[in-house]
Design a protein around this ligand. Structure first.
Ligand code: PLP
Length: 370
């Protein structure tokens, strides 16, 4: 491999998750490991019962609410267990004992993981499945069989593995919408007040593993059963202001730094969305200009602005692509183990210059190997 500095290597990290974080955030994290400004202690040794940590949680809640444009009718929780635990917590709290089926969209690998967890808790109806078409596209509104009586509709805004992203809000306004936004949370503006519950673990787009953000409507909290284990009870977590037990102080602090960066340096969600769209445009252009050498996995209309997923003609060429990319300093490009191929993840923290460098690499590789 070429001799690259740690900063250069970090800047070329296209990992699907944990994803790359902005360099200025990493600099502050490095400092906080030794001593948090104004506190004097390492972030790894500060009590979650301290006034300082209470102020971190309060500021982070505000930042998330402001970025999403949500009012005080929404609670913001910081939970553990990743998005996978939300696959269970949602139906435990909202489906257990219901005679009416919750509706789920089956649009790819991760929504497929949510289904069996929901079925443990109650009846589930799949309102649309892309399985027969190999999860290559998302449904149109006309294809969705939506039920007005369902306790909720669950879907995933960005299927991280297949590189499919909804570019609109789906579902009925009279049925609570629940969305897993783990891989595109805080990547673009949206009509977030049309959701009853949004969850997103931090490690794809907004921080390190260990914390999951849950944003939910107060009125949905009131409808919950309250007979689930305390730790898995959204109401108990909300009553305890996310410190029911020891929370991941470090991970929560890092997402605070990321929200400050979004607010102060990245131009808020409109600013980061413009940058993300440009990165995606550069990569999809390289794909489309290759005259079939690179084949995109997703239908053009449903292409993800976060995960660009494609194949090359044959696994030996793919391996050579990965080897040469690694030699040039690019990392994290292997497709998910369930689908193979290549996946370039271009989360918030990745700079446009890195996407441009990778697009040039793609052009050059195609020219030499076509
Ligand atoms: C990665 C991913 C998950 C799994 O998250 P864990 O935090 O590892 O449980 C769930 N949903 C989506 C959309 C993902 O991208």
């Amino acid at each position: 491999m070429k001799m690259l500095t740690p900063n250069q290597l970090n800047s070329l990290n296209f990992s699907g998750g944990p994803g790359a974080l902005p360099e200025t955030v990493l600099d502050q994290v490095r400092e906080a490991i030794v001593s948090v400004p104004d506190v004097g202690l390492s972030i790894l040794g500060i009590s979650h019962r301290s006034d300082w940590f209470a102020s971190v949680v309060a500021e982070l809640e505000t930042n998330i609410r402001v970025l999403l444009g949500l009012d005080k009718g929404y609670r913001v929780l910081f939970l553990q267990g990743g998005a996978t635990q939300q696959f269970s917590m949602v139906p435990m709290n909202l489906l257990r004992g219901s005679p009416v089926a919750a509706q789920y969209l089956h649009t790819g690998y991760w929504s497929g993981k949510a289904l069996p967890e929901a079925r443990r808790e109650g009846p589930v109806q799949v309102a649309w499945s892309g399985e027969a078409s190999g999860f290559s596209h998302l449904p149109t509104d006309a294809e969705l069989a939506l039920d007005a009586d369902a306790p909720y509709l669950h879907y995933i805004s960005n299927e991280t593995v297949e590189g499919l992203q909804f570019h609109r809000v789906v579902g009925r306004d009279d049925v609570p919408r629940i969305c897993d936004m783990s891989s595109d949370f805080l990547s673009r503006p949206g009509e977030f007040d049309r959701f009853s519950l949004i969850y997103a673990h931090a490690q794809k787009n907004i921080g390190p593993a260990g914390v999951t953000v849950v944003v939910l409507r107060d009125e949905l909290l009131q409808k919950m059963r309250g007979d689930v284990p305390t730790f898995l009870d959204y109401r108990a977590q909300a009553d305890a202001n996310s410190v029911l037990n020891t929370p991941p102080v470090f991970a929560i602090y890092v997402i605070l730094l990321v929200t400050r960066w979004l607010r102060d340096e990245a131009g808020g969600l409109p600013g980061i969305a413009a940058k993300n769209a440009k990165k995606a445009e550069v990569l999809y252009k390289a794909l489309d200009a290759s005259r079939g050498f690179y084949r995109g996995r997703a239908a053009a209309a449903d292409r993800s602005l976060m995960n660009v997923v494609f194949t090359l003609p044959g696994s030996d060429v793919e391996q050579r692509f990965l080897d040469e990319a690694a030699d040039a300093g690019f990392s994290g490009l292997n497709g998910h183990r369930s689908v193979g191929g290549i996946r370039a993840s271009i989360y918030n923290g990745l700079e446009l210059s890195a996407a441009e460098m990778f697009a040039n690499f793609m052009d050059d590789f195609a020219r030499r190997n076509r």
